[in-house]
Write a protein that binds this ligand. Sequence first.
Ligand code: GDP
Ligand code: MG
Length: 751
Amino acid sequence: SPTAPPILSNGHFASIGAEGDAALYEHGVQVIDENKEFNPNLSKYLSLENVTSAGFNYHLISVFGSQSTGKSTLLNQLFGTEFSVMSELERRQTTKGIWMSNNKKQGEPGAAERMADNILVMDVEGTDGRERGEDQDFERKSALFALATSEVLIVNIWEHQVGLYQGANMGLLKTVFEVNLQLFLKDKHTTHRSLLFFVIRDFIGNTPLKNLQKTLLEDLSRLWDTISKPAGLEKSTIHDYFDFQFYGLPHKGYQPDQFVTEAKKLGLRFREGHRDPKRDALKGEFSEGGVFLPEYHRRIPADGFAHYAEGIWDQIVNNKDLDLPTQQELLAQFRCDEILREVMTGFDEAIVGFEDKQAESVRLGAPEVLGGLGAAMRAARAKTLKSFETEASRYHKGVYQRKSAELQGKVDTRLKALFHGQLSAAHKSGIQDFSDSVTAAVKDGQKKGGSYDFAEIVTKEAQSSLEKFEEVARSTLVDGASWSNYKQELSLYKKDLAEVSARLRRDEMRRLATRVERWVQSRLGESVGLEFNALGSGRAGGGAPENGEKPTEKDFWDRIWNLFEDTVLDAERRFTDRASSFDASIDEVDVGLWRLRRKSWGVLRAKIEEEMIEGNLLLKLRENFEDKFRYDEAGVPRIWRPTDDIEGIYTRARESTLTLIPLLSRFRLERTGGPPPLDRWIGHTPSTATPADEEDLAPIGGVDEDEGKSLEEEMTILSDTKRQELTVRFKKTADGVYVEAKRSAIGGMTQ
Ligand code: GDP
Ligand code: MG
């Protein structure tokens, strides 16, 4: 005998928590209780019964009929359910309400004749309120609920009641017809048909089933005529909305074996079927296969059924107009939202890790190219959209499409951000790597002796950098996403590469310029130094004699200028050769040469100043004087004798050396009588020179006119004061030498 159903004493539903509570559902689940409350555990029951994921592959049957006509007994026999059956001894009415159970006799897969999958059976209790004098409220409400959800309504009827037009069953059927029309009023566009399956109980067989059928159908048509129909549906017939089938079952008590056999045959009718237009519906033989025609199905996906049923019941119980299309749309919104959240959870699991990592690397200012991002994005997008489609497309098309677009928007917004973050990281690190590897290659080249091809290095590194960028971009593409292209980013990358290349080339130009300047410095240091040393010999001419003439002190500056011009010309040639090898532009070379000339002048000027430090100069003048005083024209040292014109020789030598002071005071060419043409020689500032190019350049008098210093002043090596001081000091030195000579002449005598 049945155990107590899962209802608490206060009449409220027990909250079913943990799984494994299957025992609580031994008798199925009470969808609606006697207080007309909907059971919130319905969806749990459907999951426990593995129906939730069935999509449309499930069926709903409701049974109707007077109290105690063996309905529950029949369902238990047909479907192996355990609905409560009135005890023979107590004859007490079982609990009012609507119960549901999954078919426990689901057929063997692949069997030739098997029951359909996932048949959910609803046992509607206490539908004959009129028999007990109760109000018909529950009868009406449960009929409405059953019609809104079920494909097949089993009408259970005693054979002896057939033809009793005034019987309780007729009242019930009238209610069914009325609520059906009520539903149709709102749901005109759906093909909404149901099967009324009459099971005639205690069928003896004296009257053929066909005759009973005919009687019943006539009664039903009469009944149909009596109900008031909404405008436009006055001419409709029951056959517009219902199909009929009939089955006679023998008395369970008197013919138990036949009852079991017939019940088994009847059970096999609950298979998938299709309409056969050639057959006559009136004969109850209109369908091939089983009773479940596709057109009966209410098209509520299994995973949405519990929510839908609850919504329907809520409308019914509150006496609101039951509007199925609206209910279906509401269900679609609810379920699509739920499914959207579900698939987004999966999406988050796959993607959030990347998002966090990317944000963190940006925060640290070191954007990182994330490995495996593309594959993860592609997989997550495809899986998320596909899962949503699979689950949600069963619901209301319009709602589904809207939610699908919403989902795609969400997914794509996030993937797009990741994609651009990845490109941005690839851009930043790529450009940095490019710059670093060019610099490293140049350093390497310098270490190996300085012979490297800068242009080749830049071309090679730029090419490889571009390839790497494109590889990252390509591998991060997400097929099917409108934003998934990197044309613009690629062109930006190329532009930046070109800019950085130009900057690196300018750096290389600077390095080259520095090298060449150093070369100028060392060359001038040597050759100019020699010229100054030659001054000390008093016979001038460290440099090669020009035109075979003996170099003189007078053309000292001409020789310095010539040395300078030759050296810088040589340097310019070196600079130009090298710079053009790495594709420097004509403008860049022009600026480089201009800078070189200016810097070289600085080098020369510094060298001259060094030689002209007072101590150095005084030493040179003394050497020059001594050379002229102590040696004769043939270069033979003089031995002073008292008879010698020591004074005359001294005066001539001293005067000769003194002429050097004004000569050295100014950089002046003997051949022109003026300063060297430094301004012309340096030339105009190239129009393409940038402020950076001029920044580290010392101003040059007569060249940079706005400096307020003339060329004359630039060429002044010693000021007048310095000249006078030098003259005085030189004379004292010369005097000392003279006194010493005089003494030695006298000393020579005494010896
Ligand atoms: P329900 O109220 O319609 O669900 O009826 P139950 O299934 O609870 O059965 C009510 C009574 O009818 C029980 O005492 C059953 O034993 C009895 N019963 C069940 N099947 C048959 C049948 O085929 N013929 C007759 N006469 N009684 C039956
Ligand atoms: Mg019952």
